[in-house]
Design a protein around this ligand. Structure first.
Ligand code: ADP
Ligand code: MG
Length: 375
């Protein structure tokens, strides 16, 4: 993103960046935007497993930065099947909050409730301090970038954005300005007059994000924005998302890619089977594992069988299969290797590689759920 593009975003978002915002000195800006007392006290429990939450303990959210999204106790069932079960979290300006979980975990359902596209069975949602459920007004504060690209292939990028901008009530010079700005922010300015059906998958995804920025939202929701894009576009999208956070937007970023959550998110909520099982910064989440290692084993034969065998080796705390490899968590993994190799040999699995790696969010997920994040 160019400096001009960042500058375009800054005045409206109210950034925490050093110096002035819109010509207002930073200290003055804080005084004007100081959060109301209710935002400081009694934020909803952040995780059913850790109701006090790491939020307060670590002070990772600056208490003077306004909270943009607060939701708690969200539930949603479809035909008796629970999709989201008691989910709650808060996001302040400038945070990129990752909702990390496998397919079917309940990420999209949660986001659709936050955007007002689905009415929750229970729970509350506040956006910029206002109750959001059934409140059309708060939609002005939300930029929703859905999981599937929702654009017209036979219109140009500019025409798509102009159409969507009009739905937001924009027109005339302001609409033209916002369309230009959104194209700049997603590095599509030079392709604005091309039809969407000439775009690559990654460019379509970027235009999808541009559409979410048109209304100058306070809360930007990105639902798996990199699925099916080429690596170059993926990097471009991840860089932009980080910059949106740095400029003061509150961003929710759902993904099933651990690497993306690790790279762009300031805080991560881990969701599985509709429940938020843990929440915190990467460092906080990994510290939950204590002094454990993550081991990756690949072998000939059935990896599920090898995982079963590995589980029975004393010292192995969890084992699961992902990407045809067996992932294990164990304290002091290096010393377990001889016993693991012996067990594999007894099970007639020919081990082709062994890797002992630093714990990451994948390991946290395995530790908390007993299953792998990847399929
Ligand atoms: N409209 C719907 N009708 C019925 N079931 C649904 C609907 N939307 C989602 N689900 C179910 O809810 C669960 C969570 O889905 P979803 O929120 O899309 O997960 P994720 O986005 O994490 O992949 C899944 O079991 C899915 O099949
Ligand atoms: Mg989804």
């Amino acid at each position: 993103m160019t400096d001009e593009a960042i500058a375009l975003l800054a005045p409206r978002i109210g950034t925490r960046a050093a110096g002035a915002v819109s010509g207002v000195p930073q200290a003055t800006w804080y005084r004007r935007h100081r959060p109301a007392p209710h935002r400081r006290a009694g934020r909803p429990g952040l995780s059913p497993l850790n109701p006090a939450g790491p939020y307060y303990k670590t002070g990772c959210v600056d208490p003077v930065v306004p909270v943009v999204l607060e939701c708690s106790g969200l539930r949603k069932s479809f035909g008796g099947r629970v999709a989201v079960d008691d989910v709650g979290f808060s996001i302040a300006e400038g945070e990129v909050y990752g909702l990390l979980g496998p397919n079917g975990a309940g990420k999209t359902t949660t986001m659709r409730m936050v955007c007002g596209l689905l009415i929750p069975d229970a729970g509350s949602i506040k956006i910029a301090g206002r109750d959001a459920i059934g409140n059309l007004e708060v939609k002005r504060d939300i930029g929703y970038v859905p999981q599937d690209v929702a654009l017209y292939p036979d219109l140009t990028a500019r025409e798509n954005l102009e159409f969507l901008g009009r739905l937001h009530g924009l027109g005339g010079k302001l609409l033209a300005e916002r369309v230009g700005e959104a194209l700049n922010l997603t590095d599509l300015a030079d392709r604005g007059n091309d039809r969407l059906d000439s775009y690559s998958g990654g460019m379509k995804r970027r235009l999808n994000i541009a559409a979410g920025l048109l209304n100058h939202p306070k809360l930007l929701i990105l639902d798996e924005p990199t699925v099916g894009v080429d690596p170059q576009s993926r990097h471009a999208i991840l860089d932009r998302v980080q910059e949106f956070g740095r400029q003061g937007l509150a961003v929710v970023y759902t993904t099933h890619y651990m690497e993306e959550a690790e790279r762009v998110c300031t805080r991560v909520g881990i969701i599985d089977h509709g429940r938020l099982v843990a929440e915190g910064t990467r460092r906080e989440l990994v510290s939950r594992l204590g002094a454990q290692d993550r081991i990756e084993l690949t072998a000939t034969g059935d990896p599920e069988k090898l995982a079963d065998v590995a589980r029975s080796v004393p010292g192995v705390t969890s084992a699961a299969v992902a990407d045809h490899a067996v992932h294990l968590i164990a304290p002091d993994g290096r010393h377990l290797l001889p016993a693991l190799l012996e067990a594999a040999e007894a099970a007639q699995a020919g081990v082709t590689s062994v890797d002992v790696v630093e714990p990451d969010l994948e390991a946290v997920f395995l530790h908390l759920t007993g299953t792998a994040l990847r399929e």
